[in-house]
Ligand binder design. Structure first.
Ligand code: AR6
Length: 181
């Protein structure tokens, strides 16, 4: 599968085309909704492959803490996946108020959570670009801008992967990251 690697300040940023549930990393990020009901898209793929315990833990989280606000994250185990944690990041729907800022928050808060958990590697999908309707290019611009704003605050995270589903998503991210990083 295609892969592209960038380096910024000792951090490796990898773009790859493929299935996030197959990625080997300390954490994978889920493109979740506020209720952590993983009914479609990459979320459903994660629960299908990782096991129902991911949905169960998610339900317990929401019962205890309430819904996760857009732009925020919640953590569960990763069940049978090749990751230790799933960081559930809630992206905005395309067109909602302050959507771009909320999408930046989703990327930023997932990275900060990985840092807090002292993880070395984290893998993202293109949050909000499926059911939530964001264009790949807008998502890629927001992801790379957020990364550039905050990478100096990352001490533990050394490897950041963007796992893009399909060649259109991969090519768009590749072009944007090439230009901006
Ligand atoms: N690996 C990597 N990326 C994937 C995979 C996969 N296995 N499957 C889909 N994608 P989406 P959203 C891509 O819809 O737009 C869910 O129902 C997909 O092509 O998963 O943030 C949640 O529970 C797209 O590029 O998330 C929420 O209700 C990207 O992942 C809602 O969808 C995100 O698409 C969240 O919508």
């Amino acid at each position: 599968m295609p892969q592209r690697v960038f380096h910024i300040n000792g951090i490796t940023v990898e773009l790859c085309e493929g299935d996030l549930t197959e990625v080997v990393a300390d954490a994978i990020v889920n493109a979740a909704n506020s209720f952590l009901k993983h009914g479609g898209g990459v979320a459903l793929a994660i629960v299908r492959k990782g096991g129902e315990e991911i949905q169960r833990e998610s339900d317990e989280y929401v019962k205890r803490h309430g819904p996760v606000p857009t732009g925020q994250v919640a953590v569960t185990g990763a069940g049978k996946l090749k990751a230790r944690f799933v960081i559930h990041a809630v992206g905005p729907r395309f067109g909602e108020e302050n959507g771009d800022a909320k999408l930046a928050s989703a990327f930023r808060n997932a990275l900060l959570k990985a840092e807090e958990l002292r993880l070395q590697s984290i893998a993202f999908p293109a949050i909000s670009t499926g059911i939530y309707g964001y264009p790949y290019e807008k998502c890629a611009m927001i992801a790379v801008k957020t990364l550039k704003e905050m990478y100096t605050s990352l001490k533990n995270v050394k490897r950041i992967i963007f796992c893009l589903y399909g060649s259109e998503a991969y090519t768009t991210f590749q072009e944007v990251f090439q230009k901006e990083l």
